[in-house]
Design a binder for this molecule. Structure first.
Ligand code: DAH
Length: 369
């Protein structure tokens, strides 16, 4: 802005012009700014602060020019004063405008960074699935609970007494050999069968008793398609007055019918177990081919064409076992049975290699939930 009359001194005017020119030179880049990211805007904002001090502060040319107002002659003072003020106003306005723009850019960047999109679907907690062994175990537990049995759980580390002696397997008995398990250095063994729970349960609850005991058992087997060194069994025990082999057969047949269907039939083959007398292995008619051994004209796979699936061992509880638990075998009798869950799960879900059950590959495990 150039006043119409330039009565005041050239030098004073030059100081104001110099202040304006110095500011213009440095401030040019702020006048037309592209869209900025938050970081750049922040840096420029502090630069504007520096320019404000440099061009309007106490040591600025503008401050010097303002001091000159008092020095020019009274007639010239009004006009010169206005000139200085207009330059100052223009500088301050431009600083303010740039500062506001940059502050807005910083704020916008901050808001953008902190923005929450409430429409984005939440991250779902992935739902797990039940392990096939758990599914089979729970189904069998439900059946037994509905038949008046309770579920026993007991320790996996046992003494020789519970693992063998109390089950009528004395030292030197060949059954100890085949059940070779894992031993600790201080004489404990990982149980090789859930039959140990027969003893524990009778000691704890006395008789009459009706229990099933699902749990882990251990054997020194090299893993292959049908063997793993840790697997699961379910043990059953029923002791009361007047219990006979007929109760055993009825019970085993009933739970298998409930699991595999009403047309399921069972078969008991004489066998030997140290803790039962008489003893029998039990089979049930194949749930795939319904005992025919044929499926779509082909040999049925689960039963290998025999029509039967061998499941477990059973028998009438040996009098020595009852005695070991303080139960009088002349008053009480009972039956027991035991079977493995892995083979059952493998048959039910067509799993060709039971090692899959323990490799914890979720792609495998997810299929059963
Ligand atoms: N414990 C036996 C095993 O591991 C299975 C078994 C057989 C359990 C006969 C019993 C039984 O209760 O009476 O092979």
């Amino acid at each position: 802005m150039t006043p119409k009359t330039t009565l005041y001194m050239i030098e004073e005017r030059a100081t104001v012009e110099a202040a304006k020119a110095a500011f213009d030179g440095e401030f040019e880049k702020f006048d037309d700014q592209p869209t900025l990211n938050g970081e750049d805007a922040g840096a420029l904002l502090s630069e504007v602060g520096t320019l404000r001090v440099r061009h309007t502060g106490k040591k600025s040319l503008l401050a010097e020019a303002k001091k000159l107002i008092g020095k020019v002659s009274p007639e010239q003072r009004g006009e010169f004063g206005q000139f200085v003020q207009s330059v100052e106003r223009s500088i301050v306005e431009r600083l303010d405008a740039a500062e506001n723009r940059l502050k807005a850019a910083v704020l916008e960047a901050k808001t953008e960074a902190e923005r929450i999109d409430v429409t984005i679907p939440g991250r779902r907690v992935k739902r797990g699935t039940l392990h096939p062994i758990t599914i089979v175990r729970q189904r069998i537990e439900e059946i037994f609970v509905s038949m008046g049995y309770s579920i026993e759980d007991d320790r996996e580390i046992e003494t020789d007494y519970y693992n063998f002696d109390a089950l009528n397997i004395p030292e030197g008995h060949p059954a100890r050999e085949s059940q070779d398990t894992f031993y600790t250095t201080d004489g404990f063994a990982l149980r090789s069968q859930t039959s140990t729970v027969q003893i524990r349960a009778m000691e704890r609850r006395g008789v009459p008793i009706r229990i099933i005991a699902p749990g882990k058992v251990f054997r020194r087997d090299t893993p292959d398609m049908t063997h793993v060194p840790m697997f699961h069994q379910i043990e059953g025990l029923c002791v009361d007055k007047g219990i006979t082999m007929a109760h055993l057969k009825g019970t085993v047949t009933e739970w298998l019918k409930r699991l595999f269907g009403e047309d399921t039939v069972t078969r008991f083959r004489p066998s030997y177990f140290p803790f039962t007398e008489p003893s029998a292995e039990f089979d049930f008619s194949c749930f795939k081919c319904h005992g025919t051994g044929k499926l779509d004209g082909e040999r049925c796979r689960p039963c290998k064409g025999s029509g039967w699936i061998e499941l477990g061992g059973s028998g009438m509880v040996h009098p020595n076992v009852l005695k070991a638990c303080g139960v009088d075998p002349t008053v009480y009798s009972g039956f027991a049975f035991g079977f493995g869950l892995e083979r059952m799960a493998a048959l039910m879900y067509s799993i060709d290699d039971i090692r899959h059950l323990f490799e914890n590959d979720v792609r495998f495990l997810e299929q059963f939930g």
